[in-house]
Design a binder for this molecule. Structure first.
Ligand SMILES: [Zn+2]
Length: 332
């Protein structure tokens, strides 16, 4: 139950009940009513045990002041997936370990990402390409793909990173579509994390824009930042960035076969989604959704397939040179 000290049942609050969908995994029902003078009570009926977190956010974009109630599962579904993967490698110790590639569709939910001039939304384009890439990776004999999100919902940047770390992923690939005020800006780019300075002003600007996702989607940044700041201290970060650059280079070379390149080399900036200290991670700006020609192509199925295949070939080039580390030996 949440008690809000406000005398008015505002239209936004009154509408909340109708926004709950029947297939919501956690919330069964919701009642909002005046509890006593000056207090509105929101009662949530739950389907499962949850871990709640409540915090407030300042206005950004189209959103005003927000009170955020995050609901996390009490039992982590990732732990179950990891368990299953470990069991598979125990049952088939002679089979070479599959490389696990986490494919991240940028944005989602109330964070639509960049908007095309003809109405395309980055969050939809990225999900389509990410799903295509997953299908292609899963068809390879030595790889498997896991999506960070498979629908249109908000996912904090740090949670995407955490997913890759929990799965002990070999690689992390975040899919995006760029935008710029000038409609003639075009081409594909690939980014890796920079621990210090961005390699260009444009890279710094883009990182700030991509990192805004958490503010739009509503994330308690205090907690997440502390977590990330600490993981950054990990010495493995430098070696990981070196491998991210190699992966980025392989992917960029393949993208050159299907699109012009916005810049001829992998760029670096402080992207929050690339901060796993132990998983080589890249962010691919497939094309400019703000360029009407590229927007059209981003919506074309044949072209989406070309982009996904180019990224796959780049990943394969990298994996051929750097096969996955052997599975850890169980001590007990
Ligand atoms: Zn983006």
């Amino acid at each position: 139950m949440l008690d809000l000290e406000t005398s008015e049942l505002s239209p936004a609050l009154a509408e909340l009940e109708s926004k709950l969908s029947a297939d919501d995994p956690y919330v069964k029902g919701m009642r909002i009513a005046r509890n006593r003078p000056g207090v509105i009570r929101i009662a949530l009926d739950l389907k499962a045990e949850i871990r709640p977190q409540v915090f407030t956010l300042k206005p950004i974009g189209e959103y005003g002041h927000r009170l955020v109630l995050d609901i996390y599962p009490a039992v982590d579904p990732l732990a179950a997936l990891l368990e299953q993967m470990q069991k598979e490698s125990r049952d088939n110790p002679s089979v070479a370990r599959l490389a696990t590639i986490v494919v991240d569709a940028g944005h989602g939910g109330e964070d639509p990402g960049a908007l095309g001039r003809h109405g395309s939304r980055e969050k939809e384009v990225t999900l389509t390409i990410a799903k295509r890439l997953k299908t292609l990776i899963d068809a390879e004999p030595n790889m498997r793909a896991v999506l960070t999100r498979d629908g249109d919902y908000f996912l904090p940047l740090a949670d995407r990173v955490e997913k890759a770390r929990k799965l002990r992923a070999d690689l992390f690939v975040s899919i995006h579509a760029d935008s710029f005020v000038r409609r003639d800006a075009r081409g594909s780019s690939v980014f890796a994390l920079s621990e210090r300075r961005a390699t260009s002003e444009a890279a710094r600007w883009l990182a700030r824009k991509e990192n805004e996702a958490d503010l739009i989607g509503g994330v308690n940044l205090d907690v997440k930042d502390r977590y990330l700041a600490q993981t950054l201290l990990d010495l493995s970060q430098t070696a990981t960035i070196d491998h991210s650059l190699r992966l980025g280079d392989s992917v960029l070379k393949r993208l050159a076969g299907v699109n012009t390149l916005h810049r001829g080399r992998v760029e670096q900036a402080s992207f929050a989604v690339l901060k796993a200290p132990d998983v080589p991670s890249i962010l691919v700006e497939t094309a400019f959704i703000s360029n009407p020609q590229e927007e059209k192509r981003l919506n074309d199925e044949a072209y989406q397939d070309k982009l996904a295949r180019a990224i796959l070939e780049g990943i394969k080039d990298y994996v051929a040179k750097h096969p996955p580390r052997p599975a850890p030996v169980a001590l007990n």
